[in-house]
Design a protein around this ligand. Structure first.
Ligand SMILES: Cc1cc2nc3c(=O)[nH]c(=O)nc-3n(C[C@H](O)[C@H](O)[C@H](O)COP(=O)(O)O)c2cc1C
Length: 193
């Protein structure tokens, strides 16, 4: 069977970012049924401006195409001031466009956060609600909200902490389960031939 396709990005531009490390870990630990491609060019997107939509720049078309071609989106989601980082918010706002054919509709979305005390819960919360409302399949369980783990993550996505690996592995398995459930539901509702 062809694996499901996921794209993944980190909401942090920082060298040595914990969230970039989580994305790399997700790619390494995803089950064989999920192929994860990391993309690192979303900082090139223009700032959200609906005026650009009638004649979208190439990079925006590239983002929309990448989303439409993927079954799943994995986001390494840092938290800045109780919110997603500007990079993550901008990329996800564009993912909800255009309003009559949202690029993110039907995509399974999973957040992985390494942040401060709250583990990124605030950054995940309102986007989880709104992206679900706009048609994404939010994979909320099991949550990956890690507090103060920077000293336990290496930039290449490895760690000596088995609990972190287990949390990320379980999340990737949950993404596959969500996609299987999506496909089963589509089969159930397909009209008889
Ligand atoms: C401007 C700024 C605001 C931050 N606000 C929060 C916050 O509200 N909650 C939190 O848990 N951590 C907060 N942090 C800490 C970051 O989440 C933490 O440094 C995290 O490791 C950043 O992710 P990265 O390692 O992937 O760059 C903040 C950091 C910065 C730079």
């Amino acid at each position: 069977m062809t694996p499901y396709r996921a794209i993944a990005f980190s909401g942090s531009l920082r060298d040595g970012s914990s969230n970039t490390a989580l994305v790399r870990m997700a790619q390494r630990l995803a089950p064989p049924q999920l192929a994860v491609e990391i993309i690192d060019w979303l900082d090139q997107l223009p700032w959200m401006n609906p005026d650009l939509e009638p004649d979208p720049p190439a990079i925006l078309q590239q983002w929309w195409t990448a989303l439409r071609d993927a079954d799943a989106l994995i986001v390494g989601m840092p938290e800045y001031n109780w919110s997603p980082t500007p990079l993550a918010k901008n990329a996800l706002d564009w993912a909800t466009r255009p309003p009559d054919d949202r690029a993110i509709a039907g995509t399974a979305v999973a957040f992985l956060s390494a942040a401060g005390r709250g583990g990124g819960a605030n950054a995940q919360a309102n986007l989880t609600t709104i992206l679900g409302y706009l048609g994404a399949h939010m994979v909320e369980e099991p949550p990956v909200r890690l507090s103060s783990v920077a000293d336990r993550l290496r930039a290449d996505g490895t760690t000596d902490d088995p609990e972190i690996e287990e949390a990320v592995r379980a999340k990737m398995e949950a993404v596959v389960e969500a996609l299987r459930a999506r496909d089963a539901a589509a089969t159930d509702t397909a009209p008889e031939a």
